[in-house]
Design a binder for this molecule. Structure first.
Ligand SMILES: [Zn+2]
Length: 680
């Protein structure tokens, strides 16, 4: 045994472990059950890491339900098929409100309810578009998770389910929890997560997923729980299987109980008392459906009381006490008429389909994205084909499938352009995408100027698309920085600009010189670096020159900066084009200093200290250690200079250690570092 722990925390390790576990469980519950987040992802990760370290030091307090055990062991070797204790039946469904009305009449008759009598009470529950699963809790502990499969048998996905933070490993309130409880529900992916998964895939040049349901299903098939954890899936309960113990009298009571025990349920559950209320509920929810942030394709309507459900029973296929109303499809079939290639601000050529107009999710859709040339080849999409188009929420409509069986004889293959449609510059394929390789491409420049001038970037009022087009077409602007040398006379010549608005445009451009570092960084269009990353940079560096001195490692240590973002940012800033852009903007008089730097001056024991980490640390990655030092107020830098206060050097430290010695900088070994972090 090594040195005994003399932790700086007043709590003993056992209490701290218990309190961290509770805190993390509460954070999950606050996020997934109450939709009121308690802490940021970063705080969650920091506490999870602290818990992990304590558990390693104190194996005597191990517990299977610890949040660290969600992604515990090795990837599993394969799936085992398991029989459901109670079959997961499918539900009859219909797009027609008339069918819902006849269903209601049928169940009233089946229950012997007279013409002038009310009832039964119905419960409306949104039908989430995900993957159905059955979770079995024994004595309040998650014991087994099985996919729906064919309804009578499914795959055991217990390891995968444990990795999903929305699924409690232990139910809260052990005294009242049934000995055996099967909760059925839907595992799904929110639109936000879906988009970020696809963005990350695009960066790695991997094929994009067509929709959130496909990724969810694919993720659950992953044998490695770490992949599942990484995908941030959600869960919402929508039914029960076998229950041994006290059973509530109705579905709505059941939902209230499991919610109290920490199981996520829909916040949109409604009780209705008659047909009118039912149709109103379906209609009202339909209008809000696109605002939810996840896919809902219908409304499940069921008789609320369990005793009445039993009385109605099931057919061989589906329960009689339940029906699903499906909202008009977000998918539809139409004919692909043409494909145009659009040039984006990074030079990407994106194929955009023009189709025969089709009504989807309440809007008329004429265009859809085909993603990239590889997707076109993979799906073998041709002009003239009948295609299936899908629109989900606010996401751009996309062609998801080709009806190969109804392909007309004269369907034309889609040929990738050999030259840029905007500038006739050379086109090259990198990964699945095509790029215009001409750095002077006017289409790219147009996109870059429009982005630069946007409200959230340099906020140049009056620089709309029509003006940008003319500035580029007349070669008045060949480079972003040229904006700042435009004169009132030059822009007064443009169509659609009176002299007065010409001078206000010039003063708006002039005023944008002073937006400061955060907006400037966001405006120059570095892949992966949006507003929040730009603000982080402006908070961490006093000006762009300081940022230019930072190496990749230092950038990686910034909050929410991963390896890819750090690399792209560093590459872009130090590329010929990046340096050229910065030089020209500097000469144009654009301000490079930060308004955010030092604003929330860090407090803590290491406040004001600039630290550098080097060498191999036994106790964790440098990135992780850097984050913890920052939490104590230290500023982490990537290189040793006269400004460095402390160098923390692990094993095999090289030139940085040497330089620090020469400069007489305070040096900590790993043991000292851990003591300072309150660990050893
Ligand atoms: Zn071009």
């Amino acid at each position: 045994m090594g040195a005994m722990a003399s932790t700086s925390s007043s709590e003993n390790p056992r209490d701290r472990i218990e309190s961290l576990r509770r805190m993390l469980e509460q954070a999950n519950r606050a996020y997934y059950v109450d939709a009121e987040p308690l802490m940021s992802d970063r705080d969650y990760d920091l506490r999870l890491a602290e818990l992990g370290r304590l558990e390693v030091d104190h194996p005597e307090f191990d517990s299977d339900e610890s949040p660290t055990r969600r992604v515990g062991g090795q990837p599993i070797e394969g799936f085992v098929s398991v029989e459901h204790a109670m079959p997961m039946q499918s539900i009859d469904n219909s797009y027609d409100p008339e069918d819902i009305a006849s269903w209601f009449a049928r169940i009233r008759k089946g229950l012997g309810i007279g013409e002038d009598q009310p009832g039964p009470v119905l419960c409306c529950d949104p039908k989430i578009d995900g993957v159905a699963i059955s979770l079995r809790y024994r004595q309040g502990r998650l014991d087994q998770a099985i996919t729906r499969g064919d309804g009578s048998r499914g795959d055991d996905v217990t390891a995968q389910a444990r990795a999903i933070r929305a699924i409690p490993l232990r139910l809260d309130g052990s005294g009242e929890v049934p000995r055996l409880l099967e909760v059925r529900g839907e595992i799904y992916m929110s639109d936000d997560v879906f988009e970020s998964v696809n963005e990350a895939r695009a960066l790695r040049d991997e094929p994009l997923f067509a929709n959130a349901r496909n990724v969810t299903a694919g993720t659950l098939k992953s044998l490695d729980p770490a992949v599942v954890a990484d995908r941030r899936l959600s869960f919402i309960a929508h039914g029960r299987g076998v229950v041994e113990g006290v059973v509530p009298a109705s579905y709505s009571d059941f939902v209230a109980s499991i919610r109290a025990w920490g199981v996520p349920v829909s916040p949109d559950l409604r009780l209705v008392h008659d047909l009118e209320g039912l149709l109103e509920c379906i209609d009202a929810f339909g209008g809000r459906r696109s605002e939810l942030g996840y896919g809902v394709d219908g409304m499940v309507v069921r008789v609320d009381e369990f005793a009445l459900q039993e009385k109605l029973g099931s057919t061989s296929k589906a329960p009689r006490w339940c029906v699903a109303f499906k909202y008009p499809a977000d998918q539809g079939e139409t004919v692909l008429e043409d494909v145009a290639w659009q040039v984006g601000k990074g030079g990407t050529l994106t194929p955009r389909a023009t189709m025969q107009p089709i009504d989807l999710a309440g809007t008329t859709v004429r265009h859809a994205t085909l993603h990239n040339i590889e997707e076109i080849r993979r799906k073998d999409i041709r002009i003239g084909d009948r295609v299936v188009v899908e629109k989900a929420g606010e996401i751009i409509p996309q062609v998801v499938e080709v009806r190969l069986d109804s392909r007309p004889a004269d369907a034309q293959p889609i040929r990738p352009p050999t030259a840029c449609p905007a500038c006739e510059g050379p086109v090259e394929q990198e990964g699945p995408k095509l790029y215009c390789m001409n750095p002077e491409c006017p289409a790219q420049l147009r996109e870059r100027i429009a982005w630069f001038a946007g409200r959230n970037q340099m906020d140049i009022d009056g620089l709309g698309d029509k003006i940008v087009d003319q500035l580029v077409d007349r070669r008045l602007v060949l480079h972003l920085a040229d904006l700042y040398s435009l004169t009132v006379e030059q822009v007064a010549e443009l169509d659609g600009l009176a002299e007065k608005s010409a001078s206000s445009l010039i003063s708006a451009i002039g005023a944008s010189r002073d937006r400061g570092m955060a907006r400037l960084i966001a405006s120059i269009g570095i892949r992966q670096v949006g507003q929040s990353a730009a603000r982080t940079l402006a908070g961490s560096y006093p000006d762009i020159d300081a940022l230019l001195e930072a190496d990749e490692e230092a950038l990686q240590a910034l909050p929410d900066f991963g390896e890819i973002t750090a690399r792209l940012l560093h590459e872009t800033l130090h590329s010929q084009r990046g340096r050229d852009l910065i030089d020209r903007l500097r000469r144009a008089g654009v301000r490079f200093t930060s308004d955010e730097h030092g604003l929330d001056e860090p407090s803590g024991r290491l406040a004001g200290k600039t630290m550098v980490l080097t060498g191999t640390m036994e106790s964790g990655s440098r990135t992780e250690l850097a984050r913890r030092l920052e939490a104590l107020g230290a500023k982490i830098s990537g290189s040793v200079s006269a400004k460095t206060d402390i160098l923390a050097a692990g094993a095999n430290a090289g030139s940085k250690l040497e330089k620090a010695r020469k400069l007489g900088i305070e040096i900590w070994d790993e043991k000292t570092l851990l003591t300072e972090l309150g660990e050893a």
